[in-house]
Design a protein around this ligand. Structure first.
Ligand SMILES: CC(C)(COP(=O)(O)OP(=O)(O)OC[C@H]1O[C@@H](n2cnc3c(N)ncnc32)[C@H](O)[C@@H]1OP(=O)(O)O)[C@@H](O)C(=O)NCCC(=O)NCCS
Length: 355
C-alpha cells in the first residue's frame, strides 16, 4: 500500500473515488477545481493494487486569532473505498496529514466530524458550538424601506467584501478572505448540487438603501430548512439584515415578499427545492451567538433566537511553538488561548467557510 501525496495525474482518480461517497463527483470537483489554494501536496492518497482506495484532503485557509492571521489547515474529504475499510488506511493517511500540516506551515487545524473518537485518536478535540434558530423570521419587524437585490459578483464584490471585513473580521476565528478567496468561496460554498454540474446552490441577497448595500445574506436549503450560512450588516443596519431574513423565510414558504425586489430572484426557488417530503418551513438556522447585541435586537423585533448546540466541530493545535511566537505567549499559553477562542461563543466560523 502506498501512502503519499497525490500526483497531478491522479486528480481525476481522486474525484472518482470521492464520487462513491454521495454519488456527487461535482460537489468535490467544485473545491478542487476552483480553490486557488488547492495543491496536490495537500491531497493525500492511498494506492493499492493499481487503484486509489482512500483519500484525505487539507484545505489551506487563514483565520484571525487575537488580531493576527494564523495559517489553518482544514481536514476534509476523508474517504476509504468500502472494500478497504477497517484496515487502518484512513488512520495512516491521518498520520501523514499531521506531518503534512506541520511541514506546510499550518499552525492549527479544524475538521467537521460525526465519528469523533476516530479523530480524537489523532489529537483533534470536539468543541460545542451554538447555532441560532429563528422560528419567527417571517414575522420579524424589519426595515420595509430597503430594496432586496441579488448579489452580482462583478458589481457587488468590493462592497460586500468590505462589509465582511468590517463585520465578520471583528470576531475571532473568522476565515480571512482576499478577493481571490472570495471568488473561490462563491463558487463552492453551499450544499451539494441537486443535479451534477449545477454548482453552488446558494441564494445570495442584498438589502440596498440610498445606493449602498446595508446588509447581505447567503442562504442555502439544508436538510429541509433555510440555513443562512453567512451574513453581514453595516453598523446600525440590523433592520436591513432582518429584512433579508424575513424575505428568505417568506421565500422558503412561497409567501409573497414583504419587500420591493430588484434583480433576478429565480434562485429563491432553491430554498424550496427539497425532496418534497418536508413541508416548507419558515424557520432559519444561522450563527448568532457571537453577536449578543444582534440577538437582543432580534428578540425585540419579534424573532427570539433559540440555540442549538452541536459538537461536530473539532480543533487541533499543530505547532504550539509557532503559534506561541504569533500570539506572544508560551507554547502552553498559546495552546490554551487558541482552544479558549475556538470554544468561545463570541467567536465566529461561518458555514460558508466549511470544506
Ligand atoms: C471514516 C472512514 C474514512 C474510515 O476509513 P478506514 O480506512 O476504514 O479507517 P481506519 O481503518 O483507519 O479506521 C476505522 C476503524 O477501524 C479500526 N481499525 C483500524 N485498523 C484496523 C484493523 N487492522 N483491524 C480492525 N479494525 C481496525 C480503527 O481503529 C477505526 O475504529 P473507530 O472507527 O472505532 O475509530 C470510512 O469509514 C469512510 O470512508 N466512511 C464514509 C465517509 C465518511 O464518513 N468520512 C468521514 C467523515 S467525518
Amino acid at each position: 500500500m502506498e501512502i503519499r501525496a497525490a500526483l497531478p495525474s491522479e486528480r481525476d482518480e481522486v474525484l472518482d473515488l470521492l464520487a462513491r461517497w454521495y454519488d456527487d463527483r461535482e460537489f468535490f470537483a467544485r473545491y478542487n477545481h476552483n480553490d486557488p489554494k488547492f495543491r496536490d501536496a495537500l491531497c493525500l492518497v492511498a494506492r493499492d493494487a493499481g487503484a486509489l482506495v482512500s483519500t484525505v484532503q487539507i484545505f489551506d485557509r487563514k483565520i484571525r486569532l487575537d488580531g493576527t492571521a494564523v495559517p489553518m489547515g482544514g481536514i476534509g474529504s476523508v474517504f476509504t473505498h468500502e472494500n478497504y475499510r477497517h484496515k487502518g488506511v484512513a488512520s495512516a493517511l491521518m498520520r501523514l496529514a499531521l506531518q503534512t500540516l506541520e511541514r506546510e506551515g499550518f499552525e492549527v487545524s479544524l475538521l467537521f466530524a460525526e465519528r469523533l473518537t476516530f479523530y480524537n485518536q489523532f489529537g483533534w478535540k470536539e468543541i460545542d458550538r451554538k447555532f441560532g434558530v429563528l422560528t419567527e423570521a417571517a414575522a420579524m419587524r424589519a426595515d420595509f424601506g430597503v430594496e432586496i437585490d441579488v448579489f452580482d459578483i462583478n458589481r457587488d464584490l468590493a462592497e460586500v467584501a468590505a462589509i465582511h471585513r468590517d463585520y465578520s473580521g471583528s470576531f475571532n476565528v473568522c476565515v480571512i478572505r482576499d478577493p481571490e478567496d472570495w471568488r473561490a468561496n462563491c463558487s463552492f460554498a453551499g450544499n451539494q448540487p441537486m443535479h451534477p454540474g449545477e454548482g453552488s446552490e446558494e441564494y445570495f441577497v442584498l438589502a440596498r438603501a440610498g445606493g449602498t448595500i446595508r446588509a447581505y445574506a447567503r442562504a442555502i436549503r439544508l436538510y429541509g430548512v433555510t440555513m443562512v450560512m453567512e451574513y453581514g450588516y453595516r453598523s446600525g443596519a440590523e433592520a436591513a439584515l432582518f429584512a433579508l431574513l424575513r424575505h428568505l423565510s417568506e421565500s422558503a414558504q412561497e409567501l409573497p415578499s414583504s419587500f420591493r425586489l430588484i434583480g433576478d430572484h429565480r434562485r429563491a426557488a432553491r430554498l424550496r427545492s427539497g425532496s418534497g417530503a418536508t413541508a416548507p418551513t419558515g424557520g432559519i438556522v444561522t450563527h448568532t451567538a457571537h453577536d449578543k447585541h444582534l440577538e437582543e435586537r432580534m428578540a425585540a423585533a419579534g424573532a427570539p433566537v433559540i440555540h442549538h448546540t452541536d459538537n461536530n466541530y473539532m480543533w487541533r493545535i499543530v505547532t504550539p511553538e509557532k503559534l506561541a511566537a504569533r500570539l506572544n505567549a508560551t507554547p502552553e499559553g498559546a495552546t490554551a488561548r487558541a482552544m479558549t477562542l475556538f470554544a468561545s461563543d463570541a467567536s465566529l466560523f461561518w458555514t460558508s467557510d466549511r470544506f
